[in-house]
Design a protein around this ligand. Structure first.
Ligand SMILES: [Zn+2]
Length: 245
């Protein structure tokens, strides 16, 4: 590949000029990708949120050839997945439902039992480009992976079914409410990083981009608290079994 490497000229400052500059100076652009992750664990009754250590998962420095030096428009992508983990219970009468749930649920915190939860893993990664003068975001990828832990009825008894069919969909609906909040925040992170101004240093750009992510994860934390306060952990939405017993 024929390459002409020339020193950059500081008088090129505007975007349009930079574009021309990039075409002109080959092999001077590199890009990077760093992935950070944040996790939010939500329980139905009483909640616990944990933003894990934001580890640098990968760092790639790529020297692009001349074919890659045209800056593309910034792009965004959000991937969403939902998974379910069920624990089975076997109540043979209405009065056994609560005990069955409490005995079989794998969800507990500080000695308290919970019947369902949603765990949302919100991740962001972004790419940037640098031209020896400034560094700017070219793309952002978001993922929201939510895993629900929920009970599953292993018996078929009329009065149990009657209660289950009223309660269970409400429990799921409440947990999905938390998942929706995670998606809402992922969209905000995505949009805000995409709209960032360029920086003279990529390290500054990265720090600012991640600060945006962390900031919104804290907001998600608050939104989950408010959602649970507002619904009394789903009770006002019919997600509390006590309402049906
Ligand atoms: Zn909740």
């Amino acid at each position: 590949m024929a390459v002409t490497l020339r020193k950059h000229n500081k008088q090129f400052k505007s975007d349009s000029v930079r574009l021309a500059f990039l075409v002109w100076v080959k092999f001077s652009v590199y890009g990077g990708q760093i992935e950070y992750r944040g996790c939010v664990l939500h329980t139905l009754i009483g909640r616990y949120t944990n933003i894990q250590g934001f580890s640098v998962k990968s760092l790639l420095l790529i020297i692009f050839g001349s074919f890659a030096i045209l800056p593309s428009l910034a792009i965004a992508k959000i991937s969403v997945s939902e998974k379910y983990d069920f624990y089975e219970i076997y109540p043979f009468s209405k009065s056994e439902i609560l005990d069955s749930l409490n005995n079989k649920t794998p969800i507990s915190k500080s000695g308290e039992k919970f019947h369902g939860y949603a765990y949302s893993d919100v991740k962001w990664n972004f790419r940037w480009e640098y031209n020896n003068q400034s560094c700017w975001i070219t793309s952002v990828n978001m993922t929201v992976d939510t895993k629900y832990t929920l009970p599953k009825l292993g018996t078929s008894v009329d009065d149990v079914n009657e209660i289950w069919n009223q309660w269970y969909p409400k429990l799921v609906e409440h947990e999905k409410g938390h998942h929706k909040l995670a998606i809402k925040i992922a969209k905000k992170i995505d949009n805000s990083i995409l709209l960032m101004s360029s920086e003279s240093k990529c390290s500054t750009l990265e720090k600012k981009a991640n600060a945006i992510g962390y900031g919104y994860m804290s907001e998600l934390d608050l939104m989950n608290v408010e959602y649970d306060q507002h619904t009394n952990h789903g009770e006002t939405e019919g997600a509390s079994l006590f309402s049906y017993l």
